[in-house]
Structure formats: structure tokens, C-alpha cells
Design a protein around this ligand. Structure first.
Ligand code: NAD
Ligand code: DAU
Length: 375
């Protein structure tokens, strides 16, 4: 029996983590603590919302007293912390909100956990902080010896893998965040480690690469572009579309979180990623081909939707995670090939147009607004 708070459980990744834990651990009590910002959508969890081991609490992670009271009332012994402002473009326009939620919110949770757990001892307690690969900054796209990418390298699973540079993000790399989003996430990671080193709080940090899959808010590349292709709207490609991201299916991230929450070493950091680098423009072409095929349009008919626009300020060139520590020490591996994952994802968005329409119209926020009062 455990009682776990999952913060940000109404968001994209959080909803997959909540679903996995509620289904897999009927003896655990799972409390989804979420403020329901624009990114929170309880419709993401409709299939499990009536389960006896699930509870939703509308709360801001910055509400230290509220979190502490909840921890005491529910005898919480674990926190999996995903709540954050997560979109880079929004952070460029409004950095204050990112510092408030990602830094001060994380600090408020850490302090509440310390205040509640310290007098009873750390045994059996765990504070697991979910972070991003963006804290490491950006990687080069050439080999120091002058060889032009892409290279074929061997991932730690032994499979061949296309890489756009010879360097990867490893856990010991210096933090070099560039955007207000990644700077705020980096700062929150430092606070988590500081609470471990200073007070002995049992913490774990993981840094994951770009996730994709169902229930992602359509401001992010993949759901935005699937929806635009469906409606034959322009696809705004930043810069030349040459930036590289390392994509992981969201359920594989959720499985890694489950494994690390239960088996990870306290005080440690793990990188999570699928050795799956893609240039944006190549992914966009795959998306166009897949949507067109599934909708019965001539394949590639919508290539002319590609519209090159002004680049994102400070746009990181390449992210590439080395997750070999996680694979070696805890035996985790991504379960899906990218081609399967993308096909599943495109199908999900096309089959769930109601979900998408609810989000794009703003109706998803109205649906729940009378159900939960603000604290
Ligand atoms: P998301 O934007 O889809 O969801 C964020 C959730 O947090 C929402 O439900 C929102 O309502 C909630 N929230 C925001 N501010 C809050 C506050 N002050 N108090 C309580 N709840 C609040 O985010 P996501 O893409 O699912 O990312 C989840 C976490 O994973 C974030 O910490 C992010 O940095 C990290 N991450 C994301 C990715 C990715 O590709 N999406 C990759 C690596 C790491
Ligand atoms: O690497 C992990 C990070 O991945 C997470 O920490 C972030 O929370 C998550 O949002 C994601 O960040 P990105 O900035 O990489 O994701 P986004 O979907 O916004 O953009 C992916 C790439 O596509 C990026 O190079 C910018 C580009 N892009 C994005 C949008 C929304 C476009 O070219 N056009 C667009 O309209």
C-alpha cells in the first residue's frame, strides 16, 4: 500500500503516468494534483476517473500550505512531479510564469515533502522529479573529425541508429540551458539535488527527450501538424526545419518512470530516450505521408502545406539522449519502433477528433470548471 501524489496528471505525460499507475497498482492510492492550466485536461483520464484508487485534487503546486495539508491528510509517501509549464515558445513570451511554476512550484513541493517526512524518517519515502534533456543545451551536428552527419552508430541496445552528431547527452554533462523554459527546469533540478544533498530528502531526477503520442496539447509539433494536415492548414516550419529532436513514445516514458520510481537509486539521475533522432522536416514529411494515406488522399498530396517561417529565438540545434545507463542498470528499453509509434499516434488523433475539437475550441476547460472550485 502506498499513497502517491502525481503532479501534472491532467497533462500529456502525466495522464499516461496516472493511467499506468492506477491500472497496474490497485493497492496504491493515486492522487492527481493539478492546477488545470490551459494544458490540463481531465478528459485525458476519463477512462480511469471512477476507479476507487484514483483521486483528483485541483491545486497549485506553489500552494505550500495546501500541499502540506494534503500530504498529512492522505499520508502521502511518494511524489512523482511532472507539473510544469512545458512549452518553449510560451516561455519566450512569458518567462515569469515559467520561473514561478517550474522553480517556485518545485521548491514548494520539496519543502512540503521535507516538512512532512523528515520527523518520521526518510525510509520508504520518494520524491521523483521529471525533467527534460533541454537542460543540457544543444549539441553540434558535425563530427569533430570533420565527417558530415548523419552517422550510423550503435545504440546501447545493440541496434543501429542514425545520429546527427558524435556527441550525446550523458548524465554527467554540464547544464547549459538556452530557453527560459529549460533555464527554469534546470533550476528546479538543482533545487531537487540540493534538497537531497543538504537535508537527505530521497530524490531521483530523470531527463527525458521529446515525447509523442495521444493526448498531447496541440501547440506542440506533432499534434499541431497532424491537425493542420487534416484541415489542410499551413504547417509553420521554424527556420529551415533542420533542427534535430530525439523522439520517444509517451507510454515508453511512463514505463521508465514506473521502473525508476520503484527501482532507481536514491540521489541518482537517469537519462531517458529512445536513440531516435529526426530532423524536423523529415518528421513533417512522414506525418504528411501518414495522414494522407490514412485519410485516403493521394500520398504526399499535402506537401505544399509546408511553410517556412521565422526561426524560434535561441532555437536549439540538436538534442540526442544517451540512455545507456538506464538500459544497463535497470534493463529499460523502448518498446516501439518509431514507424509503429507514429502510425499509432496519427491514427489516434484522426480517430479522436472530438478530443481535438474540444481542445481547440476551449470547451475542455468549460466542462470541468463547475466541478472543482478553486482553492
Ligand atoms: P503539459 O504541459 O502537457 O502538462 C503540464 C500539466 O501540469 C498540466 O496538466 C497543467 O495543468 C499542470 N500544471 C501546470 N502548472 C501547474 C501548477 N502551478 N500547479 C499544478 N499543476 C500545474 O506537460 P507535459 O508535456 O506532459 O510535460 C510534463 C513534464 O515532463 C514537465 O515537467 C516537462 O518539463 C517534462 N518533460 C516533457 C517532455 C515532452 O516532450 N513533453 C519531455 C521531457 C520532459
Ligand atoms: O526535449 C524535451 C522537450 O521537448 C520538452 O522538455 C518540452 O516540454 C517539449 O515541449 C519539447 O520541446 P520542443 O521545443 O523540442 O518541442 P516542440 O514540439 O515545441 O518543437 C519540436 C521541434 O519542432 C522544435 O525544433 C521546434 C519545431 N517546431 C515546433 C512548432 C510548435 C516547428 O518547426 N514549428 C512549430 O509550429
Amino acid at each position: 500500500m502506498r499513497t502517491i501524489i502525481i503532479t501534472g496528471g491532467a497533462g500529456f505525460i502525466g495522464s499516461h503516468v496516472v493511467r499506468l499507475f492506477v491500472n497496474k497498482y490497485p493497492d496504491y492510492k493515486i492522487i492527481n494534483l493539478d492546477k488545470l492550466t490551459y494544458a490540463g485536461n481531465l478528459a485525458n483520464l476519463r477512462d480511469i476517473e471512477d476507479r476507487p484508487n484514483y483521486k483528483f485534487v485541483k491545486m497549485d503546486i506553489c500552494d505550500f500550505e495546501g500541499v502540506l495539508e494534503l500530504m498529512r491528510a492522505e499520508h502521502v509517501d511518494g511524489i512523482i512531479h511532472l507539473a510544469a509549464e512545458s512549452h518553449v515558445d510560451r516561455s519566450i513570451k512569458d518567462p515569469f510564469t515559467f520561473a514561478q511554476t517550474n522553480v517556485m512550484g518545485t521548491l514548494s513541493l520539496l519543502q512540503a515533502a521535507k516538512t512532512y517526512w523528515e520527523p518520521m524518517g526518510w525510509e520508504g519515502k520518494r520524491f521523483y522529479h521529471i525533467s527534460t534533456d533541454e537542460v543540457y543545451g544543444a549539441l553540434e551536428m558535425t563530427d569533430p573529425s570533420g565527417i558530415e552527419p548523419p552517422f550510423t552508430t550503435k545504440a546501447s541496445s545493440g541496434k543501429h541508429h542514425l545520429a546527427y552528431g558524435s556527441k550525446f547527452f550523458t548524465e554527467d554533462l554540464k547544464y547549459q540551458p538556452h530557453s527560459p523554459y529549460s533555464a527554469a527546469k534546470a533550476s528546479s533540478d538543482h533545487f531537487v539535488r540540493a534538497f537531497h544533498d543538504t537535508y537527505g530528502l530521497p530524490t531521483i531526477v530523470t531527463n527525458c527527450s521529446n515525447n509523442y503520442g495521444p493526448y498531447q496539447f496541440p501547440e506542440k509539433l506533432i499534434p499541431l501538424f497532424i491537425n493542420n494536415i487534416r484541415h489542410r492548414k499551413p504547417l509553420p516550419v521554424y527556420g529551415k526545419g533542420e533542427n534535430v529532436r530525439d523522439w520517444l513514445y509517451v507510454e515508453d516514458h511512463a514505463r521508465a518512470i514506473d521502473l525508476i520510481f520503484h527501482k532507481g537509486v536514491i540521489g541518482d539521475t537517469y537519462n531517458i530516450g529512445g536513440f531516435n533522432e529526426w530532423k524536423n522536416i523529415d518528421i513533417i514529411k512522414v506525418l504528411i505521408g501518414t495522414v494522407d494515406r490514412l485519410l485516403g488522399r493521394p500520398e504526399g498530396a499535402d506537401m505544399d502545406l509546408i511553410t517556412y517561417v521565422t526561426d524560434r529565438a535561441g532555437h536549439d540545434l540538436r538534442y540526442a539522449i544517451d540512455s545507456s545507463k538506464l538500459q544497463r542498470e535497470l534493463g529499460w528499453e523502448p518498446s516501439l519502433q518509431f514507424e509503429e509509434g507514429i502510425e499509432k499516434t496519427v491514427r489516434w488523433y484522426l480517430d479522436n477528433q472530438d478530443w481535438m475539437d474540444n481542445v481547440t475550441s476551449g470547451d475542455y476547460q468549460k466542462y470541468y470548471e463547475n466541478m472543482y472550485s478553486n482553492r
